[in-house]
Design a protein around this ligand. Structure first.
Ligand code: PLP
Length: 357
């Protein structure tokens, strides 16, 4: 007998899973370096804002996150109508794609890069076009420009690239943008922008000011340490921003998250001092690994990439036994977030032994 039942969209069958970074087992003494989180706890001022906001959770939040939107705009020197806040920049990326892509349109993105990209593109009904990163983990922007066709609607540029680490340089981004037709939207995903120290790196805000087809994505999850509250945003031309806002989940950013993000902007200097400390720790980690004989790409973010290929899973297991939980991308490599100095020390013990074997 034929059983009729609701069918899921075919696209879901091919959806790659989003694998979250492993969490440490309750009670186990292990450092969690698997999700590029900020190792520092929230500042007292941010905790106070969260507690204050908690009293109002019987009400819907401000749908347009007006105060936060204005504060972000002022902070970046853009207009409030050019900022769209959402429930993490992953959600905002989804809204951007929904706002710009018709079914079957192509979206070009680097690979390996952020694992949310193929999922978001597929869910938007678009067709993903992956362009391999170079052997040293850099985006291959000439190849990405060459991958643009008549059907391309959006290109995703992850800088610094998660999980490999390097940032796109200003000169190469200029050449890329000159090569890409102006009707193609270029999304610069700058989730780790606060960790960038290379003076040659692209300045997203300057590029946004100069180019009509550029959108920036930023987040409070990494440098600002609010991963658990889910706040990210897009910076876009007012007309684009209006479309992205129209495609957004209503009331997507909670009142607690809005007030915590506002408090974090007010505590910017204190939080950016922590970012400086993480950057110093990154420098120490990279130098020590190279001194041990490892070949690791430069990182402008809060993580380091080991391109160990088929050894990814076994290397990650060894790290885990050594007390650091890392993120393996099977067959490709291992990403280790920069956290506490004690965590770096444990990692370096494992990596020293790994090479010795
Ligand atoms: C972590 C990350 C984000 C931010 O995600 P949220 O949803 O804002 O937590 C965006 N893009 C990349 C490349 C990331 O690594």
């Amino acid at each position: 007998m034929h059983v009729s039942r609701p069918t899921l969209r075919r696209a879901l069958a091919d959806l790659p899973p989003y694998v979250p970074g492993a969490r440490s087992p309750v009670g186990a003494a292990a450092f969690k370096l698997s999700s590029n989180e900020n190792p520092y706890p929230p500042l007292p001022s941010v905790m106070a804002a969260i507690a204050d906001a908690a009293v109002d959770v019987n009400r819907y939040p401000d749908m347009y996150a007006t105060e936060l939107t204005e504060a972000i705009a002022q902070d970046l020197g853009v207009a409030p109508d050019q900022v769209v806040v959402g429930c993490g920049s992953v959600a905002v990326l989804g809204h951007v794609l929904t706002a710009f892509c018709e079914a079957g349109d192509e979206v070009v993105f680097p690979w390996r890069s952020f694992e949310a990209y193929p999922i978001a593109v597929t869910l938007a009904g678009a067709q993903g076009v992956r362009v391999p990163v170079t052997d040293d983990g850099r985006l291959d922007l000439p190849a990405m420009a060459a991958a643009v066709t008549d059907r391309t609607r959006v290109v995703l540029v992850c800088t610094p690239n998660n999980p490999t680490g390097p940032a796109v340089r200003a000169d190469e981004l200029e050449q890329f943008l000159d090569a890409v037709p102006e009707h193609v939207l270029v999304v610069l995903d700058e989730a780790y922008v606060e960790f960038v120290r290379d003076p040659a790196a692209a300045d997203g805000l300057a590029v946004f000011a100069a180019r009509r087809n550029v959108v920036l994505l930023r987040t409070f999850s990494k440098a600002y340490g609010l991963a658990g509250l889910r706040v990210g945003f897009a910076v876009a031309r007012a007309r684009h921003a209006a479309g992205i806002r129209a495609a957004s989940t209503p009331f997507g950013v909670s009142h607690v998250a809005q007030l915590a993000a506002l408090a974090s902007l007010r505590a910017r200097d204190e939080l950016l001092a922590r970012v400086d400390a993480i950057v110093q720790e990154r420098t120490r980690m990279l130098a020590a690994l190279r001194a041990q004989g490892w070949t690791v790409p430069d990182s402008e973010a809060n993580f380091v990439w080991f391109g160990v290929g088929d050894h990814a899973t076994s290397f990650a297991e060894r790290c885990s036994r050594g007390g650091v939980i890392v993120r393996a991308f099977a067959g490709d490599g291992v990403r280790v977030s920069v956290g506490e100095p004690e965590a770096t020390d444990l990692l370096l013990e494992v990596t020293a032994q790994h090479l010795a074997r």
